[in-house]
Design a binder for this molecule. Sequence first.
Ligand SMILES: Cc1cc2nc3c(=O)[nH]c(=O)nc-3n(C[C@H](O)[C@H](O)[C@H](O)COP(=O)(O)OP(=O)(O)OC[C@H]3O[C@@H](n4cnc5c(N)ncnc54)[C@H](O)[C@@H]3O)c2cc1C
Length: 322
Amino acid sequence: MPDVVCPAEDQPVDVLIIGGGPAGATAALYAARAGRTCRVIDKGLASGALGMSREIANFPGFADPLPGARIVEAIRSQAERYGAAFATDRVTAVSLAGPVKTAWGAKGSYEGRTMVVATGSMGRSAPLAGEERLVGRGVSYCATCDGFFFRDQVVAVVGSTDEAAEEALILARLARRVHLLLPVEAPRGPAELVSQVEAAASIEVHRSTLVQEILGAERVDGLRVRARGGAPFVLPVNGVFLYLQGARPVVDFLGGQAELSAEGCLAVDGFSQTSVPGVFAAGDVLCKHLKQAVIAAAEGASAAVAADRYLSGHAKLRPDWS
Ligand SMILES: Cc1cc2nc3c(=O)[nH]c(=O)nc-3n(C[C@H](O)[C@H](O)[C@H](O)COP(=O)(O)OP(=O)(O)OC[C@H]3O[C@@H](n4cnc5c(N)ncnc54)[C@H](O)[C@@H]3O)c2cc1C
C-alpha cells in the first residue's frame, strides 16, 4: 500500500501534472515521495518524444539500449509505488487563476492546488490547408467528444501515435468506415493496441500517407492525400480527426494564461515557476539547448520540489537531500 493515496478524480490533488513523459513522471515520483497527493494526466505513452523513441542508450541506469517507452513506464511505475495516480486523457484547456487550478480533458476535469506543465515539444507548427476553416465542421481533435456526431458515416484519423490508434478504435464502434492515415510506415504504440487496430474490420490503414488538404465548402467532404511514391487523390470523408505532431512546445491548451518566451516556450524563473504563482513547468516545454530525457527528468524533480515548497508556504528552495 503506498504512503500517499490519491483522492477521487473529482477532488483536487496537491500537485496536478500535465504530461507523463520523463519530466512529468519524475515530477510525480518526487511529489508523491514528498507526501503530496498527485495525479498525472497524459494523453498516451507513445505520444511523447521519449515514449516514441525506438532505442535509447544514454539514460543513466539502463545499460542496454531499449525503447524509450520502457523507460517512461519504469519511471511511472516507480511513481505509482509511492501513490501517484495516472489518468489517460488529453488536456485541452486550463484555468490557472485562483488557489485551485483546473484542467479539462475529453473525459472530465481535474483539479490541483499546484500544477506542473510537462507536455514536451511535439506540438505542430502549422495547420493543414483547410483545417482552420473547417474546425467544428468536420475537423476534430477528440473522438471521445465528437465521435457520436459521425455515427454511420465515413471518417479519417490522421496520425501514428497511440493516441491516434485509440481514437480510431473509439470511432470504429460508431462510424461506418474509419480511414487511419499514417504519416509513417507503421503505427507506433503498444503491440496490443496496434494489433487491435489491424484486426478491426471497419478500420482501413493507409501507410506512409500524408494529408495535403482538407476539402469542403461548408463542411468536410474529403481529403486530398498522397501515399509515398503515388499521385495525390481525393478520399471522400465526412469528418477528420487530427493527431499530428511537430517540434513546437505544447502550450496551446494554456490559452495564453502563462507567459511564453520569444521562441514560444514556457518561461520559468529559477525555481521552475511560470508567470502564474503555483504553476510550474519542466522538460522540453521549456527552451533549453539540450533536449535529453535525463535533463527532462531532472527538471521534473526540481518542479515537484518547488511545488512542494510552494504548498508549504516556503518562498525559497532549500537544499533537499531526501
Ligand atoms: C526521435 C527522438 C529521439 C530522441 N533520442 C534521445 C536519446 O537517445 N536520448 C535522450 O536522452 N533523449 C532523446 N530524445 C529527447 C527526449 O526524448 C526528450 O528530451 C524528452 O522526452 C523530453 O521529456 P518531456 O517529458 O519534457 O517530454 P515528452 O517525452 O515529449 O513527454 C511529454 C508527454 O506529455 C504528454 N502530453 C502532451 N500534450 C498533452 C496534453 N495536451 N494532454 C495530456 N498529455 C499531453 C505526451 O503524451 C507525453 O507523454 C529524443 C527525442 C526524439 C524526438
